[in-house]
Design a protein around this ligand. Structure first.
Ligand SMILES: O=C(O)Cn1ncc2ncnc(NCCc3cnc(NC(=O)Nc4cccc(Cl)c4)s3)c21
Length: 273
């Protein structure tokens, strides 16, 4: 709906449908824009909660960043509006829902499915990095599934333009690379680390540095305490790729364009993504 982006949206422009999920800051509903009959997802955020979490600036940055991103594996944010108490994000609807629920159901993915997802995410991140945007919060909870089973990166609430890198801590610890856990300067290579963590979790069903206590996860990340369980059986090519991504020195991580040429990706990823 390109032309409509300039327009001032209000709640009366939409028929609201069933709730799709409830996040930390508010609920997501399926909705239909009345004039175009276009189906969207509407995320409703309470201003009170945004204020007390001091994340209003992040919403504005997210809208600004997302307004320039157009990629088949990035969930569109068409626009936003607000009323007295709430802020509404108008989002592309992902008919097959949340990836993490799919991962919980399957326990772990086949190498073909994992490689196809990782390749599509690598292409989306190459696109973002080309626009000096780093996502910084790549994890199963922020991945949705489109109508054709393709992955869509959602929630750029933690994304930044690389010229103004910030040291704020993100969501769950599991996905943070050493430089963010040690809160030193970080760059686009943080997304390569998180993609490596994601690839491991796709194949084993658990993230690589999981531990009971936060402090133990922190230690395992900064020591890059990477171990591959004996079960499920995973190819050495997959382990080789993961080992080249989960490298402490961010400049030594396998660049994303090299990832797309890695034998495990070439042999297992479905080119259509
Ligand atoms: O996820 C579900 O519950 C289920 N679901 N199922 C299908 C489906 N189709 C589309 N979207 C869904 N969900 C919304 C995904 C988001 C995209 N972008 C976001 N941005 C954001 O939350 N920003 C934000 C919030 C609070 C503070 C700050 Cl700082 C930033 S959330 C869908």
């Amino acid at each position: 709906v390109p032309a409509a982006e300039k327009k001032r949206w209000t709640l009366s422009d939409f028929d609201i449908g069933k709730p799709l999920g409830r996040g930390k800051f508010g609920h997501v509903y399926i909705a239909r824009e009345k004039r175009s009959n276009h189906i969207v997802a509407l995320k409703v955020l309470f201003k009170s909660q945004l204020k007390q979490s001091q994340v209003e600036h992040q919403i504005r940055r997210e809208v600004e960043i997302q307004s320039h991103l157009r990629h088949p594996n990035i969930l569109r944010l068409y626009g936003y509006f607000y009323d007295q108490k709430r802020v509404y994000l108008i989002l592309e609807y992902a008919p097959k829902g949340e990836l993490y629920k799919e991962l919980q159901k399957c326990k772990y993915f086949s190498e073909k499915r994992a490689a196809t997802y990782v390749a599509s995410l690598a292409r989306a991140l190459i696109y973002c990095h080309g626009k000096h945007v780093i996502h910084r919060d790549i994890k199963p909870e922020n991945l949705l599934i489109g109508a054709k089973g393709e992955l869509k990166i959602a929630d750029f609430g933690w994304a930044v333009h690389t010229f103004n890198r910030r040291r704020t801590m993100c969501g769950t610890l599991d996905y943070l690379p050493p430089e963010m856990v040690e809160s030193v300067e970080h760059d686009a290579n943080v997304d390569i680390w998180s993609l490596g963590v994601l690839c491991y979790e796709f194949l084993y069903g658990v993230p690589p540095f999981e531990a009971k206590e936060h402090s133990d996860t922190y230690k395992r990340i900064v020591q890059v305490d990477l171990k591959f369980p004996p079960k499920p059986i995973v190819s050495s090519a997959a382990k080789d790729l993961i080992s080249q991504m989960l490298v402490k020195d961010s400049s030594q991580r396998l660049p994303l364009h090299k990832l797309l040429e890695h034998p495990w990706i070439v042999q297992n990823a479905d080119p259509s993504g």
